[in-house]
Design a protein around this ligand. Structure first.
Ligand code: ADP
Length: 433
């Protein structure tokens, strides 16, 4: 305010001086104009000095000036200086971040809000084939063209990583993970998991091969045991009992080998070839008959509340639902009620439910139930002939059908296993294809 009034005083003083001099010369109006022109000239000169300083020598000290101009130039100079310090600090931080990303073995690619490439480290050049010379500013999907990557990128649901082969080397397996940050910008990370993938494949092949190799000796063993058990009345009682137990254990081993083989097939095989539209109602009816053959003392009923058809592999879905139905029979006391239900859900999806009123499961076990060989009560499970793989098979089958397994249970209140199939897996009622 003080500067402002001084500036006003300066103008008033020059104007008065101009009027006085003009009055002495007999032309006060001309004098006033000359005074104000002098004032204008002074400000234009300061403006020119400011312009020259900012455009020609922005890093030098500001031109000397007094009053309001001096203060203005001083403030501008201080502001410029602090901006320069912040900028150099930011540049150093950015350089450090880029340096550390550069040292990473994983690919890091920064994209702007449109999905165009902004920056990437050298691992990305080596893994994804991005070239600094001509790829900067390109859209990521122009360079990573796999349709699975494109739909993963566009879906904007990056909770789970995506596994694909490298776009420049078929033998390398990469795991992509995208993170959203800032103003809708994205960070794409790609990790080379070739070794892990190979190990996983070796594990699967090993389990499949061992299970396959065990099949023949087990068939021979159970064949002989069956022959011996036919002659049980000619054998001493102790031997007869032993043979009975051996038969039981061989049967368990055969079940285990079959389940392991089925699981390996579900893991290795891509699936989808035998998908057709299924009449869930009649499938549940036949599963009901099989469940009753396992135990006549249970009440098993089928409820069909949805007339859509399900698209999937008949063999796989039947095996999954049979597993759930047999579990319901095996883990509930005689006289329990079991319901197999095909129902529509509010959001357009549909579900197959296997519901029982048995003893139920403590909720602490539920998150781990689908793990291989996880059992709530090991003694009881083996006594009922369980392999510990039933729910793992269910989970895999459902995964291959884009479906989800929900388990609801409380001790003493029965258990409900719900397999939820998305709309994309349903066909409205009509003749089967
Ligand atoms: P298993 O072959 O041992 O039955 P599963 O994977 O099929 O293995 O089941 C895992 C465990 O879940 C079982 O050991 C059992 O304790 C529990 N379970 C499964 N279904 C039911 C059910 N309907 N009621 C109570 N417990 C169940």
């Amino acid at each position: 305010m003080r500067l402002w009034s001084r500036e006003l005083w300066r103008i008033a003083w020059l104007a008065t001086l101009g009027v006085c001099l003009g009055w002495l010369l007999g032309a006060p109006g001309l004098g006033l104009a000359a005074g104000l022109s002098a004032c204008l000239f002074y400000h234009l000169r300061q403006l020119l000095a400011l312009y020259q300083w900012l455009t020609l020598h922005p890093h030098d000290e500001p031109p000397a000036a007094r009053g309001m101009w001096g203060e203005l130039l001083d403030r501008l100079y201080r502001y410029q200086k602090s901006q320069r310090i912040t900028q150099s600090r930011l540049r150093a931080t950015l350089a450090r971040i880029q340096e550390s990303s550069e040292a990473m073995r994983d690919s890091v690619v920064m994209l702007d809000r449109h999905g165009d490439l902004e920056w990437w480290n050298s691992a990305a050049t080596e893994m994804l084939g991005l070239q600094a010379a001509h790829d900067r500013g390109q859209h990521i999907t122009n360079l990573l063209r796999d349709p699975r990557f494109i739909s993963y990128f566009n879906a904007c649901e990056y909770g789970e990583p995506l596994t694909l082969t490298s776009p420049i080397d078929e033998r390398r397996i990469l795991q992509y993970q995208i993170t959203l940050y800032g103003d809708d910008e994205r960070l794409v990370m790609a990790r080379d998991i070739t070794r892990l993938h190979r190990l996983e494949q070796m594990r699967r092949d090993f389990v499949a091969n061992v299970s396959h190799e065990l099949r023949t000796p087990l068939t021979v063993l159970s064949g002989y045991l069956e022959t011996y058990s036919d002659l049980a009345d000619q054998l001493p009682p102790r031997l007869g009992r032993g043979i009975g137990q051996m038969q039981e254990q061989t049967q368990r081993m055969q079940n285990l080998v079959n389940d392991l083989l089925l699981l390996s097939r579900l893991e290795i095989d891509q699936g989808g070839q035998d998908h057709q539209s299924l009449d869930v109602g009649s499938m549940l009816e036949s599963i009901r008959r099989d469940a009753l053959a396992l135990s006549h003392q249970h009440n098993v009923k089928v409820v069909v509340e949805c007339d859509a058809q399900l698209v999937g592999s008949e063999q796989e879905i039947r095996s999954a639902i049979s597993n759930l139905a047999y579990n319901a029979v095996r883990y509930t006391p005689a006289g329990s009620h079991i319901t197999l239900r095909w129902a529509a859900m509010a959001n357009g999806s549909a579900c197959i439910e296997v519901d029982d009123d048995g003893e139920g499961i403590d909720p602490v076990h539920i998150p781990r139930l689908t793990e291989r060989f996880y059992r709530v009560d090991k003694g009881r499970s083996t006594a009922t002939g369980g392999t510990g793989l039933g729910l793992a098979i269910v989970k895999h089958v459902l995964l291959r059908h884009d479906a989800q397994l929900q388990i609801e249970s409380h001790p003493g209140e029965g258990a409900l296993f719900r397999c939820i199939f998305p709309v994309s897996r349903l066909l409205p009622a009509g003749p089967s294809h």
